[in-house]
Design a protein around this ligand. Structure first.
Ligand SMILES: Cc1cc2nc3c(=O)[nH]c(=O)nc-3n(C[C@H](O)[C@H](O)[C@H](O)COP(=O)(O)O)c2cc1C
Length: 321
Protein backbone atom coordinates (compact mmCIF):
# COMPACT_ATOMS: atom_id res chain seq x y z
CA UNK A 1 0.00 0.00 0.00
CA UNK A 2 1.51 3.32 -1.00
CA UNK A 3 1.11 6.06 1.57
CA UNK A 4 4.32 7.88 0.70
CA UNK A 5 2.77 11.02 -0.75
CA UNK A 6 -0.01 11.17 1.83
CA UNK A 7 2.56 10.90 4.61
CA UNK A 8 4.59 13.60 2.90
CA UNK A 9 1.55 15.94 2.89
CA UNK A 10 0.64 15.13 6.48
CA UNK A 11 4.08 15.94 7.95
CA UNK A 12 3.92 19.76 7.46
CA UNK A 13 0.26 19.79 8.51
CA UNK A 14 1.21 18.10 11.78
CA UNK A 15 3.67 20.91 12.50
CA UNK A 16 1.20 23.76 11.98
CA UNK A 17 -0.97 24.94 14.88
CA UNK A 18 -3.74 22.31 15.13
CA UNK A 19 -6.59 24.72 14.36
CA UNK A 20 -4.83 25.83 11.18
CA UNK A 21 -4.09 22.34 9.87
CA UNK A 22 -7.59 21.18 10.77
CA UNK A 23 -9.13 24.14 8.92
CA UNK A 24 -7.04 23.48 5.80
CA UNK A 25 -8.01 19.81 5.64
CA UNK A 26 -11.58 20.23 6.81
CA UNK A 27 -12.44 22.94 4.30
CA UNK A 28 -10.85 21.48 1.16
CA UNK A 29 -13.28 21.77 -1.78
CA UNK A 30 -15.45 18.73 -2.48
CA UNK A 31 -14.74 18.90 -6.21
CA UNK A 32 -11.05 18.17 -5.54
CA UNK A 33 -11.93 14.68 -4.37
CA UNK A 34 -11.63 12.91 -7.70
CA UNK A 35 -8.20 14.32 -8.61
CA UNK A 36 -6.92 13.82 -5.07
CA UNK A 37 -8.12 10.22 -5.05
CA UNK A 38 -6.18 9.58 -8.26
CA UNK A 39 -2.98 11.20 -7.06
CA UNK A 40 -3.12 9.66 -3.58
CA UNK A 41 -4.49 6.21 -4.42
CA UNK A 42 -3.32 3.26 -2.33
CA UNK A 43 -3.21 -0.39 -3.22
CA UNK A 44 -5.58 -1.74 -0.61
CA UNK A 45 -5.77 -5.31 0.70
CA UNK A 46 -8.33 -7.61 -0.85
CA UNK A 47 -11.80 -7.22 0.69
CA UNK A 48 -12.48 -9.29 3.80
CA UNK A 49 -16.21 -9.16 2.95
CA UNK A 50 -17.40 -8.26 6.45
CA UNK A 51 -21.21 -8.64 6.55
CA UNK A 52 -23.01 -5.78 8.25
CA UNK A 53 -26.69 -4.81 7.89
CA UNK A 54 -27.11 -6.93 4.75
CA UNK A 55 -24.13 -5.22 3.17
CA UNK A 56 -20.46 -5.94 2.72
CA UNK A 57 -17.49 -4.01 4.06
CA UNK A 58 -13.90 -4.47 2.89
CA UNK A 59 -12.70 -4.42 6.53
CA UNK A 60 -14.06 -3.37 9.96
CA UNK A 61 -11.95 -0.20 10.42
CA UNK A 62 -13.54 3.20 9.77
CA UNK A 63 -12.83 6.91 10.10
CA UNK A 64 -14.81 8.39 13.03
CA UNK A 65 -16.95 11.52 12.73
CA UNK A 66 -15.16 14.84 12.99
CA UNK A 67 -12.85 15.15 9.99
CA UNK A 68 -15.03 14.37 6.99
CA UNK A 69 -17.74 16.59 8.48
CA UNK A 70 -18.96 17.89 5.14
CA UNK A 71 -18.41 14.87 2.90
CA UNK A 72 -15.46 16.50 1.14
CA UNK A 73 -12.83 14.03 2.40
CA UNK A 74 -14.36 10.73 1.38
CA UNK A 75 -11.40 10.14 -0.95
CA UNK A 76 -9.29 9.89 2.22
CA UNK A 77 -11.24 6.81 3.28
CA UNK A 78 -10.21 5.15 0.02
CA UNK A 79 -6.61 6.35 0.32
CA UNK A 80 -6.41 4.91 3.86
CA UNK A 81 -8.08 1.63 2.81
CA UNK A 82 -10.79 2.06 5.42
CA UNK A 83 -13.85 -0.16 5.41
CA UNK A 84 -16.08 2.85 6.12
CA UNK A 85 -15.87 6.61 6.43
CA UNK A 86 -18.22 8.56 8.66
CA UNK A 87 -19.55 11.82 7.23
CA UNK A 88 -20.50 14.34 9.92
CA UNK A 89 -21.67 15.39 12.28
CA UNK A 90 -24.13 16.72 9.72
CA UNK A 91 -26.60 19.46 10.68
CA UNK A 92 -29.63 20.41 8.58
CA UNK A 93 -28.31 23.95 8.12
CA UNK A 94 -25.04 25.81 8.02
CA UNK A 95 -23.71 26.36 11.54
CA UNK A 96 -20.49 27.96 12.64
CA UNK A 97 -19.98 25.93 15.82
CA UNK A 98 -18.64 27.17 19.14
CA UNK A 99 -17.84 30.86 19.58
CA UNK A 100 -14.51 29.94 21.16
CA UNK A 101 -13.11 26.93 19.38
CA UNK A 102 -10.32 24.85 20.87
CA UNK A 103 -8.16 22.23 19.24
CA UNK A 104 -5.11 21.20 21.23
CA UNK A 105 -2.38 18.58 21.23
CA UNK A 106 -1.90 18.00 24.98
CA UNK A 107 0.29 14.87 24.62
CA UNK A 108 1.70 12.96 21.60
CA UNK A 109 -1.11 10.40 21.80
CA UNK A 110 -4.12 12.64 22.38
CA UNK A 111 -6.13 15.62 21.23
CA UNK A 112 -8.57 18.00 22.90
CA UNK A 113 -11.33 19.62 20.89
CA UNK A 114 -14.13 22.03 21.42
CA UNK A 115 -15.54 22.81 18.00
CA UNK A 116 -19.26 22.82 18.76
CA UNK A 117 -20.48 20.99 15.65
CA UNK A 118 -19.56 23.32 12.78
CA UNK A 119 -21.35 22.16 9.63
CA UNK A 120 -21.89 23.37 6.08
CA UNK A 121 -25.36 21.85 6.26
CA UNK A 122 -26.91 18.79 4.63
CA UNK A 123 -27.38 20.36 1.19
CA UNK A 124 -23.66 21.08 0.82
CA UNK A 125 -22.76 17.66 2.26
CA UNK A 126 -24.86 15.90 -0.37
CA UNK A 127 -23.28 18.02 -3.12
CA UNK A 128 -19.80 17.08 -1.88
CA UNK A 129 -20.70 13.42 -1.74
CA UNK A 130 -21.89 13.56 -5.33
CA UNK A 131 -18.46 14.76 -6.42
CA UNK A 132 -16.87 11.45 -5.45
CA UNK A 133 -18.18 7.89 -5.32
CA UNK A 134 -15.83 5.86 -3.11
CA UNK A 135 -14.39 2.62 -4.42
CA UNK A 136 -13.13 0.75 -1.36
CA UNK A 137 -14.70 2.55 1.61
CA UNK A 138 -18.42 2.78 2.42
CA UNK A 139 -20.18 5.91 3.67
CA UNK A 140 -21.82 6.22 7.07
CA UNK A 141 -23.74 9.35 8.12
CA UNK A 142 -23.52 10.93 11.57
CA UNK A 143 -26.41 13.29 12.29
CA UNK A 144 -26.66 15.88 15.06
CA UNK A 145 -28.61 18.98 15.87
CA UNK A 146 -29.23 21.86 18.18
CA UNK A 147 -32.92 21.01 18.40
CA UNK A 148 -34.57 17.63 18.42
CA UNK A 149 -36.45 18.29 15.17
CA UNK A 150 -33.10 18.69 13.40
CA UNK A 151 -32.58 14.94 13.59
CA UNK A 152 -35.98 14.20 12.11
CA UNK A 153 -35.40 16.69 9.31
CA UNK A 154 -32.02 15.15 8.47
CA UNK A 155 -33.26 11.58 8.55
CA UNK A 156 -35.62 12.34 5.67
CA UNK A 157 -32.80 13.59 3.46
CA UNK A 158 -30.25 10.79 3.72
CA UNK A 159 -30.11 8.53 0.71
CA UNK A 160 -29.20 4.91 0.22
CA UNK A 161 -25.51 5.71 -0.19
CA UNK A 162 -25.17 5.59 3.61
CA UNK A 163 -24.68 2.13 5.03
CA UNK A 164 -25.97 3.22 8.43
CA UNK A 165 -26.71 6.41 10.33
CA UNK A 166 -25.14 7.37 13.65
CA UNK A 167 -27.52 9.40 15.79
CA UNK A 168 -25.10 11.59 17.71
CA UNK A 169 -26.65 12.47 21.05
CA UNK A 170 -23.30 13.04 22.68
CA UNK A 171 -23.06 16.73 21.94
CA UNK A 172 -23.91 19.25 24.63
CA UNK A 173 -25.41 21.73 22.21
CA UNK A 174 -29.12 21.66 22.62
CA UNK A 175 -31.04 24.90 22.77
CA UNK A 176 -33.72 23.07 24.73
CA UNK A 177 -32.17 23.49 28.18
CA UNK A 178 -29.97 20.50 28.61
CA UNK A 179 -28.10 17.95 26.66
CA UNK A 180 -29.35 15.18 24.42
CA UNK A 181 -27.03 12.87 26.34
CA UNK A 182 -29.61 12.50 29.08
CA UNK A 183 -31.58 9.38 28.16
CA UNK A 184 -34.91 11.26 28.56
CA UNK A 185 -33.77 13.84 25.96
CA UNK A 186 -32.31 11.18 23.69
CA UNK A 187 -35.68 9.45 23.76
CA UNK A 188 -37.39 12.60 22.46
CA UNK A 189 -35.11 12.45 19.42
CA UNK A 190 -35.68 8.76 18.83
CA UNK A 191 -39.47 9.11 19.05
CA UNK A 192 -39.29 11.53 16.11
CA UNK A 193 -37.20 9.35 13.81
CA UNK A 194 -39.00 7.31 11.17
CA UNK A 195 -38.80 3.54 11.59
CA UNK A 196 -35.66 2.43 9.83
CA UNK A 197 -33.29 -0.46 9.82
CA UNK A 198 -30.15 1.59 9.89
CA UNK A 199 -29.82 3.77 13.01
CA UNK A 200 -27.10 3.37 15.64
CA UNK A 201 -26.98 5.52 18.77
CA UNK A 202 -23.68 7.33 19.29
CA UNK A 203 -23.37 7.70 23.04
CA UNK A 204 -20.93 9.66 25.21
CA UNK A 205 -17.76 8.13 26.58
CA UNK A 206 -18.99 6.75 29.91
CA UNK A 207 -18.51 3.67 32.03
CA UNK A 208 -21.47 4.52 34.26
CA UNK A 209 -23.44 1.27 34.19
CA UNK A 210 -26.84 2.82 34.95
CA UNK A 211 -26.42 5.19 32.03
CA UNK A 212 -25.34 2.36 29.72
CA UNK A 213 -28.38 0.33 30.80
CA UNK A 214 -30.60 3.32 29.93
CA UNK A 215 -29.04 3.68 26.46
CA UNK A 216 -29.37 -0.04 25.79
CA UNK A 217 -33.05 0.12 26.81
CA UNK A 218 -33.57 2.93 24.28
CA UNK A 219 -31.84 0.98 21.52
CA UNK A 220 -34.07 -2.02 22.17
CA UNK A 221 -37.27 0.01 22.61
CA UNK A 222 -36.84 1.95 19.36
CA UNK A 223 -35.46 -0.95 17.31
CA UNK A 224 -32.08 0.64 16.61
CA UNK A 225 -29.32 -1.54 15.19
CA UNK A 226 -26.77 -0.84 17.90
CA UNK A 227 -24.46 1.60 19.60
CA UNK A 228 -21.38 3.61 18.72
CA UNK A 229 -19.31 3.61 21.93
CA UNK A 230 -18.51 6.39 22.36
CA UNK A 231 -17.41 9.96 21.80
CA UNK A 232 -14.65 12.07 23.39
CA UNK A 233 -14.25 12.10 27.16
CA UNK A 234 -15.32 15.34 28.85
CA UNK A 235 -12.71 17.57 30.42
CA UNK A 236 -12.54 21.16 31.55
CA UNK A 237 -9.80 23.23 30.03
CA UNK A 238 -9.17 27.00 29.98
CA UNK A 239 -12.60 27.49 31.59
CA UNK A 240 -14.44 25.55 28.83
CA UNK A 241 -15.85 22.07 28.59
CA UNK A 242 -14.03 20.18 25.84
CA UNK A 243 -13.50 16.61 24.63
CA UNK A 244 -10.40 14.51 25.17
CA UNK A 245 -9.68 11.86 22.53
CA UNK A 246 -6.87 9.44 21.82
CA UNK A 247 -4.98 6.73 23.70
CA UNK A 248 -5.84 7.99 27.25
CA UNK A 249 -9.50 7.04 26.68
CA UNK A 250 -8.83 3.56 25.25
CA UNK A 251 -9.40 1.69 28.53
CA UNK A 252 -12.73 3.41 29.04
CA UNK A 253 -13.73 2.41 25.51
CA UNK A 254 -12.85 -1.22 26.20
CA UNK A 255 -14.90 -1.21 29.41
CA UNK A 256 -17.85 0.22 27.50
CA UNK A 257 -17.59 -2.46 24.81
CA UNK A 258 -17.48 -5.28 27.37
CA UNK A 259 -20.46 -3.90 29.33
CA UNK A 260 -22.50 -3.12 26.21
CA UNK A 261 -21.98 -6.56 24.66
CA UNK A 262 -23.29 -8.13 27.84
CA UNK A 263 -26.30 -5.78 27.97
CA UNK A 264 -27.13 -5.77 24.25
CA UNK A 265 -26.78 -9.49 23.57
CA UNK A 266 -25.23 -10.82 20.38
CA UNK A 267 -27.60 -9.42 17.75
CA UNK A 268 -26.90 -5.70 17.99
CA UNK A 269 -23.92 -3.94 16.45
CA UNK A 270 -21.23 -2.30 18.59
CA UNK A 271 -18.95 0.21 16.90
CA UNK A 272 -16.01 1.02 19.18
CA UNK A 273 -14.67 4.57 19.01
CA UNK A 274 -12.06 5.97 21.36
CA UNK A 275 -8.32 5.67 21.68
CA UNK A 276 -7.41 3.04 19.10
CA UNK A 277 -3.77 3.63 18.17
CA UNK A 278 -2.59 0.23 16.93
CA UNK A 279 -3.80 -2.98 15.33
CA UNK A 280 -3.49 -4.66 18.75
CA UNK A 281 -5.87 -2.07 20.24
CA UNK A 282 -8.39 -2.72 17.48
CA UNK A 283 -8.08 -6.51 17.84
CA UNK A 284 -8.55 -6.24 21.61
CA UNK A 285 -11.86 -4.43 21.07
CA UNK A 286 -12.97 -6.90 18.38
CA UNK A 287 -12.19 -9.79 20.74
CA UNK A 288 -14.23 -8.13 23.48
CA UNK A 289 -17.38 -7.78 21.42
CA UNK A 290 -17.00 -4.87 18.99
CA UNK A 291 -18.12 -5.48 15.39
CA UNK A 292 -16.52 -2.40 13.90
CA UNK A 293 -13.77 0.00 14.99
CA UNK A 294 -13.46 3.73 14.36
CA UNK A 295 -10.26 5.77 14.46
CA UNK A 296 -9.59 9.48 14.33
CA UNK A 297 -7.02 10.88 16.77
CA UNK A 298 -4.41 8.35 15.63
CA UNK A 299 -4.67 9.91 12.17
CA UNK A 300 -4.38 13.45 13.54
CA UNK A 301 -1.42 12.64 15.81
CA UNK A 302 0.43 9.77 14.14
CA UNK A 303 -0.54 10.25 10.52
CA UNK A 304 -1.73 8.08 7.61
CA UNK A 305 0.92 5.34 7.95
CA UNK A 306 -0.31 4.56 11.48
CA UNK A 307 -3.88 4.12 10.19
CA UNK A 308 -2.73 1.84 7.38
CA UNK A 309 -0.76 -0.21 9.92
CA UNK A 310 -4.00 -0.72 11.86
CA UNK A 311 -5.87 -1.78 8.71
CA UNK A 312 -3.10 -4.17 7.66
CA UNK A 313 -2.69 -5.67 11.14
CA UNK A 314 -6.42 -6.27 11.57
CA UNK A 315 -6.58 -7.65 8.04
CA UNK A 316 -3.86 -10.21 8.81
CA UNK A 317 -5.58 -11.16 12.08
CA UNK A 318 -9.03 -11.65 10.52
CA UNK A 319 -7.72 -13.41 7.43
CA UNK A 320 -6.05 -16.03 9.66
CA UNK A 321 -9.19 -16.75 11.70
C1 LIG B 1 -11.40 17.18 16.08
C2 LIG B 1 -12.52 16.25 16.42
C3 LIG B 1 -13.82 16.51 15.96
C4 LIG B 1 -14.86 15.64 16.28
N1 LIG B 1 -16.11 15.89 15.80
C5 LIG B 1 -17.11 14.99 16.02
C6 LIG B 1 -18.39 15.20 15.46
O1 LIG B 1 -18.66 16.17 14.74
N2 LIG B 1 -19.36 14.28 15.73
C7 LIG B 1 -19.13 13.16 16.50
O2 LIG B 1 -20.02 12.35 16.67
N3 LIG B 1 -17.90 12.95 17.03
C8 LIG B 1 -16.91 13.83 16.80
N4 LIG B 1 -15.66 13.60 17.33
C9 LIG B 1 -15.43 12.38 18.16
C10 LIG B 1 -14.84 11.25 17.30
O3 LIG B 1 -15.73 10.83 16.31
C11 LIG B 1 -14.45 10.03 18.17
O4 LIG B 1 -15.62 9.45 18.67
C12 LIG B 1 -13.53 10.41 19.33
O5 LIG B 1 -12.53 11.32 18.89
C13 LIG B 1 -12.85 9.18 19.95
O6 LIG B 1 -12.07 8.47 19.01
P1 LIG B 1 -10.46 8.69 18.83
O7 LIG B 1 -9.84 8.59 20.18
O8 LIG B 1 -10.07 7.59 17.88
O9 LIG B 1 -10.31 10.04 18.20
C14 LIG B 1 -14.60 14.48 17.07
C15 LIG B 1 -13.29 14.24 17.54
C16 LIG B 1 -12.26 15.10 17.23
C17 LIG B 1 -10.88 14.80 17.74
Amino acid sequence: MGTGLLEYLWKPLSMLPPKVSYTIVHSSPGRLQKPLSRILASKCPESLKIRILNNTLTNPIGLAAGLNKNGNLTWLGDALCLGFTVVGSILPYRYKGAETKLLLRPTPLSAVNRLGLPSDGIEKVLQNINHYRPRYTRLVANIAGLRRNDYKELSGQLGEEFLFVEVNISCPNTEEHGTFEKPEYAEKILIGLPASQRYLLKIPHTTNRDLLVNYVDLVKKYGLQGIVAGNTSKIWIRGFQAGLSGRPIFHGTKKMVVALRELLGEDKIIVASGGVFSADDAIELLENGANLIEVLTVLLRRGPRAVLDIVEGVHRYLAKR
